[in-house]
Design a protein. Sequence first.
Length: 325
Amino acid sequence: MSVAPLAAPVHLVDASLYIFRAWHSVPDEFHDAEGWPTNAVHGFARFLLELLERERPRHIAVGFDEALDTGFRHQLYPAYKANREPAPEALRRQFSHCKALCAALGLTVLSHADFEADDLIGSALRASRDFGLRGIIISADKDLSQLLRPGDEQWDFARGQRWGLAGVKAKHGVEAHQMADYLALCGDAVDNIPGVTGIGCKTAAILLSHFGDLDTLLARADEVAFLRMRGAATVSLRLREQREHALLWRQLTTIATDAPLDGVAPFLRNPADGQMLASLSEALRLGPMTRRRLRAAAGLDEPEFTTPSPADTTMDAPFIPSGLT
């Protein structure tokens, strides 16, 4: 019996995750022509080059977080992500450089003041399905697992781990389509979402396995007291007491799939902008090896390098092992 070939993939990159990782892992010894740090740009460029060289994607979009503290979730719940320190100006500047680098390479850049990168990725994936594409979501963020459908994958690039629907079930004990409800129940400390008091990951998985979804669970909260589960009576009481909170948490954990997109599906890779790439490489003082790899990844001819002055000389960013990112 022959196996049907997989549909063509659209690669959807959670840029912010890899920029933050580079910010924390690449030594702060790289600076642009104005003296600002560029360590996050160097690290992100290495990640992006490895991805492009390995996958050679035809359909690709890169999502950025513009809504760090202005998104619709902050309007719903002001304490959303309030446990995070604001990004310093030195890092915010590098986000702009990373966006420009993606654009110069011909990659679709997704960003919006009201929607997070997760929402933009979810919306791009939804739009791509109309073209028969399957999604490869490049991120370790468990929130994004809720977007997976048959044939889709999530890829933790730094750790070299990929998983589909079965992997979500194995990791969390719930189906992919239950992830938003799951996080609403047990909370998400990373985003400062409390969850329902007394409900942890295992209890949330048990409840969703029995009731299927949060709405059914809340409608039948009295029945929870009779489940063979430790603390069942208390959990039943908390669900009744915190019903409105649980529904609010789900609004926060549900990824929007109707966000406005800058790019147009199916997010075909565009021709690179050689002049923009050269200007960025000069301004960011990228090393010759990185410049050659960028031009090769962009499909451009080898550039002619001039010998830089000692003041402008900079080395290529060091390789950071996956386990350290």
